[in-house]
Ligand binder design. Structure first.
Ligand code: NAD
Length: 275
């Protein structure tokens, strides 16, 4: 797609690009295409996986490694952003990790240390990021903050387990900080994205079935990472300057559907075999 200069003059931070299937990776490419400048940030442990250098080079970005649960790392990150840009106009939080989910611990038998870590990484880190930016005076008035989430925060998707709790917390922080930053014209929204084939997505048991189920129901089909990136561009741009404290579904219509003809036909076939 050709850029339209929608983000000319905007400077920000994009968290969570790990490899070229990451949603944040596609967001970085789209923001660059539209003229935005940014720092790419990810956890120091992601450094050894490589890959980010290539994206940084292509998008003329600087990389600052920071664990989003570490006050010290976030302070250093926003100090660097201030030195580089004076302050940021946008922040994209595309971070998630469910330790119990990864290790196949069922919801009824959570390891609470892992659970706390999952809530911290996937939920509280949004608060930490905004807090660090705000207290260091790195958040420009009129900016936009976007966090990635999943419908499992609002409805029960059994395999999503502890991540449903973490994302519910994230979505609440979006509202709580959105209220407080609104007075400065700063928007805070979450984008509730379709199942997407990425490292985090595929780490969830039953992900393939969830992906196919959503694809069968959503009238437009599942939204891919590229279209999520384009939607995120619109949320960073001034075109959406009056949108805040929202959980915005970017899911091809899935959230509003009950059941579809396609799924009914599939189920009829499956059940007829058992008769
Ligand atoms: N893939 C999906 O199906 C799907 C659907 C809806 C929402 N999301 C959300 O989209 C976002 C991006 O995930 P993705 O699917 O692109 O997967 P991904 O694995 O590419 O991205 C997750 C990122 O979180 C980073 N991360 C983990 N712990 C961190 C920490 N302590 N500090 C800083 N960064 C840390 C990882 O290094 C990685 O880059 C997540 O919030 C995820 O929950 C994903």
């Amino acid at each position: 797609m050709k850029g339209h200069g929608l983000l000319e003059g905007k400077k920000g931070i994009i968290f969570g690009a790990l490899n070229d299937s990451s949603i944040a990776w596609k967001i970085a490419e789209a923001v660059h295409r539209e003229g935005g400048r940014f720092i790419l940030s990810n956890a120091p442990v992601a450094q050894r996986l490589g890959g980010l250098d290539e994206l940084a080079k292509r998008t003329e970005a600087e990389i600052v490694w920071a664990d989003a649960t570490s006050e010290e790392d976030l302070t250093a990150l926003f100090e660097r952003a201030k030195a580089l840009y004076g302050g940021v106009d946008f922040i994209v939080h595309s971070i998630g990790m469910g330790l119990n989910v990864r290790k196949n611990r069922p919801y009824e038998d959570l390891n609470y240390e892992w659970y706390k870590k999952s809530l911290d990484i996937s939920g509280i880190s949004l608060h930490r990021v905004i807090h660090a930016a705000d207290t260091l005076g790195a958040l420009r008035d009129g900016g936009s903050i976007i966090a990635l989430t999943y419908i499992g925060a609002q409805r029960t998707f059994s395999k999503y387990s502890e991540m449903g709790d973490a994302k519910a917390l994230l979505e609440s922080i979006v509202r709580s900080y959105g209220y407080r930053l609104g007075k400065r014209g700063i928007r805070v929204n979450s984008v509730s994205q379709s199942p997407t084939i990425t490292t985090a997505g595929s780490g969830i048991a039953g992900f393939d079935a969830m992906f196919k189920f959503a694809e069968r129901i959503a009238p437009l089909g599942n939204a891919d990472a590229e279209s999520c990136a384009d939607y995120t561009v619109s949320l960073i741009s001034d075109l959406t300057r009056m949108v805040t404290m929202q959980n915005l579904f970017h899911d091809g219509g899935f959230a509003t559907m009950g059941i579809s003809d396609e799924l009914i036909a599939d189920l009829a076939e499956v059940y007829s075999k058992g008769e």
